[in-house]
Design a protein around this ligand. Structure first.
Ligand SMILES: NC(=O)N[C@@H](CC(=O)O)C(=O)O
Length: 438
């Protein structure tokens, strides 16, 4: 295994130092370290080192929609984006609702070798919202599932939600809710507001999200369980989570990069690249989620990377699929929205994109660890001064539905290390090395 000496890096933007990565761990930290004879020395004087990023919300599409993404292509894209772990959402075909399917996803993730893949288990059989899936069997499987979600669909029946919250307590699991009241959003195409009225597209009211979050924080309090809110998108949702936390309710929440940056104004061109669930909201909502992330009300940024093949996006708005890719732009968007605006430091970025998601997913024994001697060398090196134009065709993901295409974004992932092995170096995926390590 190659030894790496990262020269003059800024861990989390702190004082420059050298990091020696050997035998899968951070072996030494200090200035002016001697380079072992066989070490690869990386000039990291312009770079910030973060603990490897952890995504709590990735759609890898395999099994079932390998035309959109596979576990191999999606995890390679994740490594390029600086991730060392992803939680793979359950809305595959077949659904990840049995121990057999989550184990298959887990095995394919290991075989691909780019990041650690932690399968999310479905809450209900077939995501149908009626019968609880085999939560215990998935938790006990080799995949050790701790996050359960019907994402893409809401667990709308309060009795089913209550049972799920009660059940996962047995193994310290969490229910990650896709908060969308189905009756209030039947046929909805975009955020309900001035723009939807002008465009004549069916609106998706903020209350459809907020009502479910309000209900669920109360249910979580009632049964004393842990709740995670997926892709929170409205100012009202931020207020409800803030209130719930002030009451001591065990709730965590995520926001996506696109909801930190983009608004419903983009729908004016009727380009379905901007069609997503939950929909892009207003500038006031963008401000509120930025503030919520900065003050800790929102715990994490999660990509909701939702790849779709061209034919599902190159069509009229109403016929197009909901979803956007995000793994390879997430860090840059967070830099632009939060760091370059002075709202967050790089240490905060490490918290919202690594430490906190690892803790929520209960993988914090391996990921989101401090950069310290003896810790697993899961690291991301970022060049904050870089600027690049997003070119979806040049990305590692199999799909091209990036809402940031053509935009110039700050920052670039220069290297990613998974247990001391480089998965990305000089911004390029290490295909040969990852293949050897398999
Ligand atoms: N976020 C999205 O817009 N799409 C997701 C699922 C979902 O609808 O949440 C997908 O799987 O494509």
């Amino acid at each position: 295994m190659t030894t790496y000496l990262l020269r003059d890096v800024s861990p989390l933007g702190a004082e420059r130092t050298d990091l020696l990565l050997a035998d899968g761990v951070v072996a030494q930290i200090g200035t002016g370290l001697d380079a072992p004879q066989d070490a690869v020395v990386v000039d990291a004087s312009a770079l910030v080192a973060l603990p490897g990023l952890v995504d709590l919300h990735t759609h890898l599409r395999e099994p079932g929609r390998e035309d959109a993404e596979t576990i191999a292509t999606g995890t390679r894209a994740a490594a390029v984006g600086g991730f060392t772990a992803v939680h793979a959402m359950a809305n595959t075909t077949p659904t990840q609702d049995t121990a057999g399917v989550v184990e298959q996803v887990w095995h394919l993730g290991r075989r691909a070798g780019w990041v650690d893949v932690f399968p999310v288990g479905a809450v209900t059989v077939g995501l149908e919202g009626e019968r609880l899936a085999e939560l215990g069997a998935m938790a006990d499987s080799a995949a050790r599932v701790r996050v359960f979600s019907d994402d893409g669909k809401c667990v709308h029946d309060p009795v089913v939600m209550r049972r799920a919250l009660e059940y996962v307590k047995a193994f310290d699991g969490v229910v990650a809710q896709h908060a969308q009241e189905p009756r209030l959003t039947a046929g909805s195409q975009m955020h309900e507001g001035v723009v939807s009225a002008e465009l004549g597209l069916a609106g998706w009211p903020a209350v459809a999200e907020e009502a479910v979050i309000a209900r669920d924080v109360l249910l979580a309090e009632h049964v004393g369980s842990r709740l995670h809110v997926c892709h929170l998108s409205t100012a009202g949702s931020v207020e409800i989570v803030r209130w719930a936390k002030s009451r001591g309710i065990d709730v965590t929440a995520e926001v996506t990069p696109h909801h930190l940056m983009l608004t419903d104004e983009l729908a004016r061109g009727y380009d379905p690249i901007y069609k997503v669930n939950p929909p892009l909201r207003t500038q006031a909502d963008v401000e509120a989620v930025r503030e919520g992330l900065a003050d800790g009300t929102i715990d994490i940024v999660a990509t909701d990377h939702a790849p779709h093949p061209r034919e599902d996006k190159d069509c009229e708005w109403a016929a197009a699929a909901f979803g956007m890719t995000g793994l390879e732009t997430a860090l840059s968007v967070v830099q632009e929205a939060m760091v370059d605006t002075g709202r967050m430091t790089w240490a905060d970025v490490a918290r919202v994109l690594s430490t906190a998601p690892a803790r929520i997913g209960r993988v914090d024994d391996r990921h989101g660890r401090p950069i310290a001697v003896g810790e697993p060398a899961n690291l991301t090196l970022v060049d904050p001064a870089a600027r690049r134009v997003v070119r979806p065709e040049a990305q590692a993901t199999k799909s091209v539905n990036s809402p940031f295409r053509g935009r110039e974004l700050p920052g670039a992932v220069v290297a990613t290390f998974l247990r001391g092995r480089a998965t990305v170096l000089d911004g390029v995926p290490c295909d040969d090395d990852v293949a050897v390590a398999r």
